[in-house]
Design a protein around this ligand. Structure first.
Ligand code: ADP
Ligand code: MG
Length: 763
């Protein structure tokens, strides 16, 4: 054992124990124990000069340890340490002979000083007992300090108790605010807690901007509840009945509460709005006419409204959790889903389905992603509308529109045909009456030929318009030549206007050198003819028609047809290309420009119109020049000897059958006529014929059936069709599929018929 003074530290906690050791170690011999019992045990062996004791320890507390140490040896100095000062303990420590009293936290300096002083006294005590006077002095100082401590502790305690009360009220109230989104119960919780906690006579919360009747006084606190600048209401604590003044620190608490209240009121309003919106949406979904089906990420149905029950004839109970592909075709659904996943907007598709009762439905399905959270889709919403009725109505409307169009078309055709038939009948009668008049007969034949050709053109035009006849092939076309031809075609009309009616009308041609375009000369001539005729009709009192061609940029040519006629209003101008639109009443068909439009667009061209009422109209046609891509002209068959062959001809119309037989016989063929499919099949044996030419539309057995039966008997015999009806795109596809080599349209000219038969035999 050294000569250093000895200090014993008694503390149940390691932290404080160690920190004291660190402070004392350099100067003193230090020992530590963690309980009172251990301390008493260490006394005889360690013989400490000073003992530092923590008051608060389990088992034996610091005061008891102090008492026992003093009983053992009153000269040992004892310093008490505690975290909080209680007057009672201070007093009892000092009366039990403690040297000092250290309250945590204390500085290292305090600690060292206290240790030094305690040691000094110990030495004094040990060395010169009886210095009682000094002791008395110190006792006095201590007494003063005790009084001071006593006062501070009292103040502290009062303050603490108020804070504690306030905090507990706040905690309770804010708990109530958080758990309540309904304003009524919430304000009740608050007012009740305030009354109970702080003993106010009356507490109330007034909602709305108007100030309450009570004024802010010493016995009544009125706190505005504010959100930014707006006043949401007032919190009133009223002690007027008991006239008990309200502590200013409580006012602070009430103000704090008012801030909470503002948040709570806003939350409850938001909650109300959300609840209202939710109710509204639920109602909407419930009463929607469209099926609204929500689907989770695993493609299972998780929502199903009454309209869905109706459309899919199943209740929500039976569908919940079922895969959505039970009601929507998997392929369509998955495709739409993939598109949504790729970030595309709502996807739409249509589905035809059969109801359990066997009736058909058509459904329009709209899929959209919903509830995107953190960039991830929550599920899919399918809105399904039953469009069966709508589709039926549309079909009916289309049908009736078609019928109206057909009626108009029929009117136009009747008009054209009547004129042509008039000429044919008239001359036929004249010729029958005077067959010997060769002049009349020649003229009559010419007129009949022209009128019939006109009829053919009318039908061809209508069939092409209705796309019942395939477009002829494109060949290089000189537009200037087309214009000259159109001028020649319209010459009679021109002569009539200028010559017979004496209307001064001038035609100016200004045709530049332009490269050929690819196209069909007849169709293009029809376009220019239409435009010239319209222009002439637009100049009832004369004017100038000018037709110009020019290059337009490097790869286009333009045809400009301008008149100085009546022009048209903006409203008319917008509709001129509509089929059947005419301002000419009975005299017009309204087809000229719509046919022209479709011809020009099929040539990859453009047609534009500019017009000024009273001044005139200019139509501009633009066509692409296809440099280098000029196809070979059609093979010239001339020079090769024509082949002749055995031909089976089938037509139910005796006149047509006779005519075809005659034309083919004149071409050197051996012809077997048959008046029906049945008759033809009876005549047909494989190898007997080089060509079978059959009409399509026949009663009993159609040309299609004849072709199929003949094909079944002989897979190689060349087949050709002739028809007075058109062929739709579908029909043309059927022809190709059956290997039908040609399809001729009635009326067919002898040359065309023979050429077609040549081609059928060569192939
Ligand atoms: P239609 O000549 O049988 O009436 P079109 O399709 O050829 O049918 O023309 C449609 C309408 O366009 C005409 O009725 C007329 O009102 C208007 N239209 C066409 N060309 C001209 C033009 N050069 N000047 C004024 N109006 C025109
Ligand atoms: Mg016209």
């Amino acid at each position: 054992m050294t000569d250093k003074p000895r200090i014993l530290v008694v503390d149940d906690e390691l932290g404080p124990r160690e920190s004291l050791r660190m402070v004392f170690k350099p100067y003193y011999e230090v020992a530590m124990v963690e309980s009172g019992a251990a301390a008493l045990e260490a006394l005889p062996t360690f013989r400490p000069d000073v003992v530092f004791i923590d008051i608060k320890m389990p088992a034996m507390d610091g005061l008891e340890v102090l008492r026992q140490i003093k009983a053992h040896d009153p000269s040992v100095e004892v310093v008490m340490i505690t975290a909080y000062a209680s007057l009672e303990t201070v007093r009892s420590a000092l009366t039990n002979g403690a040297f000092e009293y250290l309250i945590k936290p204390f500085s290292r300096h305090d600690l060292e000083r206290t240790a030094r002083r305690a040691l000094a006294r110990r030495q004094m005590e040990v060395g010169a007992r009886g210095q009682v006077a000094r002791l008395v002095e110190q006792m006095r100082g201590l007494a003063a300090k005790t009084r001071e401590l006593e006062e501070a502790a009292r103040r502290e305690a009062a303050e603490q108790s108020l804070r504690v009360t306030q905090l507990s009220i706040l905690r309770e109230i804010s708990g109530g605010i958080l758990s309540q989104l309904d304003l009524g119960p919430m304000t009740e919780t608050i007012t009740e807690s305030l009354k109970a906690g702080l003993g106010y006579d009356e507490v109330s919360i007034h909602l709305g901007a108007d100030p309450p009747a009570a004024a802010d006084t010493a016995t009544c606190v009125v706190c505005p509840i504010r959100e930014d600048e707006t006043i949401l209401g007032h919190l009133v604590a009223d002690n007027r009945p008991s006239a008990c003044p309200i502590d200013p620190r409580e006012r602070e608490l009430l103000e704090m509460l008012s801030e909470y209240l503002a948040i709570a009121i806003r939350n409850s309003r938001l909650y109300g709005e959300i609840a209202e919106t939710k109710r509204f949406l639920e109602q909407l979904i419930h009463s929607a006419g469209d099926a609204i089906v929500s689907v989770d990420r695993e493609d299972r149905i998780v929502g199903w409204n009454p309209a869905a029950e109706e459309i899919f004839a199943a209740t929500e109970g039976t569908m919940f959790g079922e895969p959505v592909t039970r009601i929507l075709p998997a392929a369509d659904y998955l495709r739409a889903k993939a598109a949504l996943a790729a970030g595309r907007p709502a996807q739409h598709f249509e589905v035809r389905q059969r109801r359990p009762d066997g009736s058909r439905t058509e459904l329009a399905v709209m899929l959209s992603a919903f509830g995107e959270r953190g960039g991830e889709r929550e599920g899919i919403l399918a809105i399904v509308r039953d469009i069966t009725t709508q589709r039926e109505l549309e079909a009916q409307l289309l049908q009736s529109e078609k019928l109206t169009a057909l009626g108009k078309l029929a009117g136009g055709i009747a008009h054209d045909f009547n004129n042509q038939l008039q000429a044919i009948l008239g001359y036929a009668q004249l010729m029958a009456r005077s067959p010997a008049n060769t002049d009349l007969v020649r003229r009559g034949l010419e007129v009949i030929h022209t009128a019939a050709t006109g009829g053919v053109e009318t039908v061809k035009r209508i069939q092409q318009f209705a796309r019942l006849r395939p477009d002829e092939e494109f060949i290089p076309v000189d537009l200037n030549a087309v214009i000259r031809e159109a001028v020649a075609i319209t010459r009679p009309r021109w002569d009539e206007v200028v010559g017979q009616r004496g209307i001064p009308t001038e035609l100016r041609l200004d045709l530049a050198e332009i490269p050929p375009i690819l196209g069909r000369p007849a169709a293009l001539a029809e376009v220019v003819t239409n435009l010239i005729l319209n222009a002439v009709e637009a100049m009832p009192s004369g004017g100038t028609l000018s037709i110009t061609t020019r290059r337009q940029g490097p790869d286009r040519v333009a045809v400009v047809i301008a008149d100085t006629g009546v022009g048209m209003s903006e409203e008319v101008r917008r509709r001129v290309f509509d089929p059947f639109f005419t301002t000419k009443g009975e005299a017009g068909t309204g087809l000229g420009l719509s046919i022209s439009y479709s011809i020009v667009t099929r040539h990859g061209g453009e047609i534009r119109v500019a017009s000024q009422e009273g001044k005139g109209t200019t139509f501009t046609l633009l066509f692409p020049v296809r440099a280098g891509a000029v196809p070979e002209p059609p093979p010239v068959t001339a020079g090769q000897p024509d082949r002749t062959g055995r031909i089976l001809v089938i037509d139910n119309e005796p006149q047509v059958l006779g005519l075809l037989t005659e034309m083919l016989t004149a071409g050197g063929h051996r012809v077997t006529p048959a008046a029906s499919g049945r008759e033809a099949l009876a005549l047909f044996t494989p190898g007997c014929f080089d060509v079978v030419l059959t009409n399509i539309g026949m009663p009993g057995m159609t040309g299609w059936e004849v072709a199929d039966r003949v094909r079944a008997a002989d897979p190689h015999v060349p087949l050709a069709f002739i028809t007075g009806w058109g062929l739709s795109a579908d029909d043309r596809e059927r022809c190709r599929a059956r290997g039908i080599r040609q399809c001729l349209f009635k009326p067919v000219q002898p040359d065309d018929l023979l050429q077609a038969i040549q081609q059928v035999m060569v192939k």
